[in-house]
Design a protein around this ligand. Structure first.
Ligand SMILES: Cc1cc2nc3c(=O)[nH]c(=O)nc-3n(C[C@H](O)[C@H](O)[C@H](O)COP(=O)(O)OP(=O)(O)OC[C@H]3O[C@@H](n4cnc5c(N)ncnc54)[C@H](O)[C@@H]3O)c2cc1C
Length: 404
């Protein structure tokens, strides 16, 4: 007879680890909790370390098309700052400027302000040129939305801490094991896992699918009729090293353009807001936060500090597959994207850095967090792209309420 556990989580990215810790905090000693992770280490490889490390405030997500993103990002922002403070995770509430450079861009800016206000993001301020210069002297803009609750985090430290805390609460991590088969069995499931030289089958009553880029495949292992399909988007980034340009002073804010429409090839669409909205509603363009400047944590001795590096990205493109981390963007692309609001940067200041792949769902904007309609003890988390890092602790609370 195979082993039986109460709760199994597939995937130990930031969301899987946050869910494990949250549930274990409630059920230590009374329920067996297992996390299966196919990578050989738990360090946030996949989305949880290959991201921009921004603690989003919740300004982008309209609650009509993205109610979960809107709610969980704003809640997650607050929870993440508290968690980081109590567990010494490198982070900083550095604030953010969303920059409009002309009248056309201002139309987009006011729409973000509307969404952010509806989401109850605190302390928002629309500011003009003088105030922009006071906050970031080398940034160019006619108007900006100042968002003080935006920040940055060293995301691998967060994953590691959630992993350690979960282990302390007796969660068992099966690292280097890939879930290859899920068969519904009574009210639960029979799960097959495969490692480099072993194959095992065990039973679980509840299954939580937090497999990131592969969550649609995991969902279909249990129910082949699951309709969600991943349409992954590559997000590449570059770096700007402040020490190379002593003449450019930076005060360490997140600096973003207004969120524009982008064509599938990553080119920005310069049309008025109403036309953009029409194309967006017809699914012809995507809306993206755009290529931005983000202060970045670096190891200094054995401590993470915000250092010399400012990350420039993400620059979007279509990956060949879900493992395609090859960078395709040239420095000139990043330069052209940030130059309008950060005019003193030179092409030679842009150094290529890394790529990540977002678990974006085809034709669906919001996070999908729901029970499988046939096998109710399977909870799927699909399409957990940005702001999944910011929202992770709030997502974990949401799941804990679902399994009560
Ligand atoms: C370029 C980029 C920039 C981003 N920027 C931000 C940002 O600034 N702020 C923000 O809030 N969010 C950001 N995000 C989004 C954020 O990183 C993700 O939402 C978050 O990391 C998702 O976490 P996860 O645990 O769901 O997924 P992942 O980190 O992808 O983890 C999923 C895990 O499941 C495992 N797995 C998959 N299949 C199996 C299987 N069959 N068996 C066992 N294990 C399996 C994988 O190995 C992986 O470890 C960004 C994402 C990208 C790619």
């Amino acid at each position: 007879m195979s082993v039986k556990v109460d709760i199994t989580i597939v995937g130990a990215g930031v969301i899987g680890c946050a869910v494990a810790y949250r549930i274990a905090s409630e059920y230590t000693g009374s329920k067996d909790i297992v996390v299966v992770e196919r990578n050989s280490q738990i360090n946030g490889e996949n989305q949880s370390s290959r991201n921009s490390g921004v603690i989003h405030a919740g300004v982008y997500y309209p609650s009509d098309v993205g109610p979960l993103k809107a709610k969980l990002c704003v809640e997650g922002n607050r929870m993440l700052y508290e968690f980081c403070k109590s567990h010494n995770i490198p982070h900083k509430m550095c604030g953010k400027l969303l920059i409009a450079n002309d009248a056309l861009e201002e139309e987009y800016l006011y729409d973000v302000h509307r969404i952010a206000s509806e989401n109850n993001v605190p302390d928002l301020e629309i500011i003009g040129q003088k105030d922009i210069a006071a906050l970031e002297p080398n940034v160019n803009g006619v108007r900006a939305l100042y968002v003080p609750t935006s920040g940055v985090i060293e995301s691998t430290s967060l994953v590691n801490k959630l992993y350690d805390l979960s282990e302390e609460k007796e969660v068992m991590f099966l690292v280097g094991n890939k879930v290859t088969k899920i068969e519904p069995h009574n009210s639960g499931f029979e799960v097959t896992i495969e490692s480099a030289n072993d194959k095992e089958v065990f039973q679980t009553e509840t299954l939580i699918n937090s497999a990131g880029l592969y969550a649609d495949e995991i969902a279909r292992m249990a129910n082949p009729d699951c309709p969600y399909r991943m349409d992954p988007v590559k997000g590449e980034s570059a770096s700007f090293y402040k020490s190379a340009r002593d003449d450019i002073s930076m005060n360490g804010l997140n600096i973003y353009p207004v969120p524009f429409g982008y064509l599938p090839d990553g080119e920005r669409l310069r049309v008025g807001f109403r036309e953009f909205k029409k194309l967006f509603d017809e699914g012809k363009v995507i809306k993206s936060v755009g290529v931005h400047l983000t202060p970045t944590f670096e190891l200094s001795g054995d401590e993470y500090m915000i250092g010399d590096t400012v990350t420039i990205g993400p620059a979007y493109s279509t990956p060949k597959n879900r493992e395609d981390y090859i960078a395709t963007r040239e420095p000139a692309y990043y330069h052209s994207m940030v130059n309008p609001f950060f005019p003193n940067i030179r092409l030679e200041d842009v150094k290529l850095h890394q790529a990540g792949i977002r678990a974006k769902l085809a034709g669906h904007y919001d996070f999908v967090i729901e029970r499988d309609p046939v096998h109710k003890n399977l909870i799927n988390l699909i399409g957990m792209d940005s702001p999944g890092l910011t929202s992770s602790l709030a997502i974990a609370n949401h799941i804990a309420k679902m399994i009560h």
